[in-house]
Design a binder for this molecule. Structure first.
Ligand SMILES: *[C@@H]1O[C@H](CO)[C@@H](O)[C@H](O)[C@H]1NC(C)=O
Ligand SMILES: *[C@@H]1O[C@H](CO)[C@@H](O)[C@H](O)[C@H]1NC(C)=O
Ligand SMILES: *[C@@H]1O[C@H](CO)[C@@H](O)[C@H](O)[C@H]1NC(C)=O
Ligand SMILES: *[C@@H]1O[C@H](CO)[C@@H](O)[C@H](O)[C@H]1NC(C)=O
Ligand SMILES: *[C@@H]1O[C@H](CO)[C@@H](O)[C@H](O)[C@H]1NC(C)=O
Ligand SMILES: *[C@@H]1O[C@H](CO)[C@@H](O)[C@H](O)[C@H]1NC(C)=O
Ligand SMILES: *[C@@H]1O[C@H](CO)[C@@H](O)[C@H](O)[C@H]1NC(C)=O
Ligand SMILES: *[C@@H]1O[C@H](CO)[C@@H](O)[C@H](O)[C@H]1NC(C)=O
Ligand SMILES: *[C@@H]1O[C@H](CO)[C@@H](O)[C@H](O)[C@H]1NC(C)=O
Length: 510
């Protein structure tokens, strides 16, 4: 019975990987029919309190930015939404807070120990380098930034991945294949759960590699839309125009169409993110001098970015109402992660090569921004590397270092057994970015500036409530499933880590 599968695997390989197109819908392509591994469901299973859930992420936004914005603009959309919102004002983003693990948290409910996702650009001890044909030593960089696009200067990313630039894996039947982003995720996603129960799903993000939310099956999204943000000009108006593509896609799917505005389809989970705020924060004109997380002061560009969000949010609410879906939708507004440092007087750039050199041992790979993760050639060098790093802590702005077993004790994977877990984790001093670029802020660490995100749940039947209980963005995953009446037991993140549904919404935790 396995013969056809093996035949299929060999046939796929024989196509020759440099020209193979990615699986799954990319850039608004026609959704692939469910076939092969999955039996298409014969019925739609959903008996939840809501017909659809919409999750919008305003990347980079802090909870304190929301408070400040409402104070500055009491007649804004944000302020008016508060009247019917349950606000979790002590919500924490994922650790690490880089966009990849932060997105993983939202849609899997899992932490990196389970999901295997630590950053967008990492090292995997169990994969082979790009273009290696699985020859030579194991261990490879896995880079899901724009570098994985087939054509990073095209808005579509070339509608494919560059299969000469992605890591390769040796299958159990001896075939060497390039991997796709969704192959890298170890757990399933809420999109897969929804689709397996006959519902439609749509998600929009910033690079084609975000197709990883399809989940390991590659089939979680009915439609993905990932215009490449790296293909647009590096200025605020261009980034806001790019955001408008996502607003337009959101408007079309809300009205019951595909992303391109044609056809008739009901999406049950719709997710989108927006980049104007994070761009303004990290490219000058973010927070003014004297800003702190408790009391942020917006620069001109950041105010412009927030006002654009507010206006578009107002239009979106009207569209939801016009589609007759306002009452039946649970709207979740939040952010994948914050941004550090809000107080730019603390900003210091440290050359990552200096950190690598300071370990004094052979380093396979380092990734980082306001924190750093390091994979070593030999894991048993971890303690030596830690000692050497701490000896230069002052010069390198290092606050503290986790090495070897400490990485696992802290809550990440165990680098002894887990080929994805870093051997060394570096906490930087506040305001430090391990990069040589000109960015004024970034994220990835788990300092308050990165973690303190807004989390607002809106429905016209809600009465304004602020809840200061600490919750995590992983809980958004289970909350979305529960709101739709889907069984949490079908989500790996819930089964293995018990990630609870957000409280006070009257949604069942099963
Ligand atoms: C719009 O998108 C749908 C779904 O991907 C596709 O079937 C259809 O051909 C597209 N229409 C146009 C005009 O591109
Ligand atoms: C609830 O939180 C919002 C947003 O953080 C804030 O603007 C509002 O003042 C808070 N309301 C109360 C009653 O605390
Ligand atoms: C808000 O609206 C009210 C009434 O519509 C108006 O009196 C007030 O000046 C407005 N406030 C601001 C800050 O625009
Ligand atoms: C890997 O295989 C491809 C396709 O057969 C070939 O073109 C390439 O030269 C090989 N590369 C290495 C490093 O063996
Ligand atoms: C990449 O996209 C750009 C912009 O659309 C285009 O000009 C260029 O020809 C494309 N390159 C390749 C290799 O397809
Ligand atoms: C694909 O990646 C390889 C290896 O990094 C690179 O040499 C090649 O130029 C890339 N192809 C395109 C079309 O960008
Ligand atoms: C604000 O954004 C504009 C447009 O991108 C840019 O030219 C300007 O330098 C930014 N302002 C500051 C203070 O950085
Ligand atoms: C949304 O639909 C309109 C047509 O109604 C179309 O012009 C627009 O391009 C669509 N948006 C996207 C992102 O494709
Ligand atoms: C790191 O070490 C190498 C080899 O000793 C040296 O050439 C390089 O300049 C060092 N880089 C930095 C940034 O210190």
């Amino acid at each position: 019975m396995y013969t056809p599968l093996i035949f299929l695997a060999l046939a796929t390989t024989a196509l020759g990987y440099p020209s193979v197109k990615p699986q799954g819908p990319i850039g608004g392509a026609t959704p692939e029919p469910l076939e092969g591994l999955w039996t298409p469901p014969s019925h739609v299973y959903s008996n939840g309190q809501y017909k659809q859930v919409v999750f919008l992420s305003f990347d980079g936004m802090h909870q304190s930015d929301l408070v400040k914005y409402i104070e500055m603009f009491p007649n804004s959309t944000w302020a008016s939404l508060m009247k019917n919102s349950i606000v979790f004002n002590n919500a924490k983003a994922s650790s690490p807070s880089d966009s990849f693990p932060a997105t993983t948290a939202l849609f899997t409910g899992a932490t990196p120990r389970l999901s295997g996702i630590y950053w967008d650009d990492t090292w995997a001890k169990d994969l082979y380098p790009a273009s290696s044909n699985c020859t030579g030593p194991m261990g490879a960089e896995v880079d899901w930034s724009v570098a994985s696009d087939y054509n990073s200067s095209s808005l579509t990313g070339g509608n494919a991945f560059n299969l000469s630039a992605v890591a390769m894996k040796l299958n159990s039947w001896g075939v060497c294949q390039p991997i796709f982003p969704h192959d890298y995720l170890r757990v399933n996603t809420i999109f897969e759960v929804a689709r397996a129960n006959g519902l439609n799903t749509a998600y929009f993000d910033k690079h084609p590699s975000y197709e990883f939310v399809n989940g390991p099956s590659g089939l979680g999204l009915t439609q993905g839309y990932f215009p490449e943000i790296g293909a647009v000009a590096a200025n605020l108006p261009a980034i806001m125009a790019w955001d408008d593509l996502h607003w337009s896609a959101l408007s079309n799917v809300t009205a019951g169409h595909y992303v391109n505005g044609t056809g008739t389809i009901d999406f049950s989970i719709i997710g989108a993110n927006f980049q104007g705020v994070t761009w303004a924060q990290s490219n000058g004109g973010g927070y003014a001098c004297g800003s702190t997380l408790a009391n942020p002061i917006f620069g001109k560009n950041l105010t412009t970015a927030f006002k654009a969000v507010d206006a578009k949010l107002g239009v979106f609410i009207k569209q939801l109402k016009a589609a007759g879906k306002l009452e039946s939708t649970l709207l979740i507004l939040g952010s994948k992660q914050g941004q550090s440092p809000v107080d730019e007087s603390t900003l210091t750039h440290v050359d990552p090569q200096k950190v690598i050199n300071a370990t004094g041992v052979e380093v396979s790979f380092m990734t980082g921004d306001d924190a750093a993760l390091i994979w070593l050639k030999n894991g048993f060098d971890a303690v030596t590397a830690k000692t050497n790093l701490l000896a230069q802590a002052k010069a390198l702005n290092i606050q503290s270092v986790l090495a070897g077993d400490e990485v696992w004790e802290y809550g990440f994977g165990n680098p002894r057994f887990d080929p994805r877990a870093p051997d060394i984790v570096i906490y930087a001093k506040d305001g430090t970015l391990f990069s040589t670029n000109t960015q004024t802020e970034n994220h990835g660490a788990w300092v308050p500036d990165d973690l303190e995100v807004p989390l607002v749940l809106y429905n016209p039947t809600f009465t304004h409530t602020n809840i200061s209980l600490e919750v995590k963005t992983t809980q958004i995953a289970t909350t979305i499933l529960s709101a739709l009446g889907l069984p949490l037991a079908q989500l790996d993140g819930w089964r293995s880590e018990g990630t609870p549904v957000l409280p006070y919404l009257g949604l069942p935790n099963h």
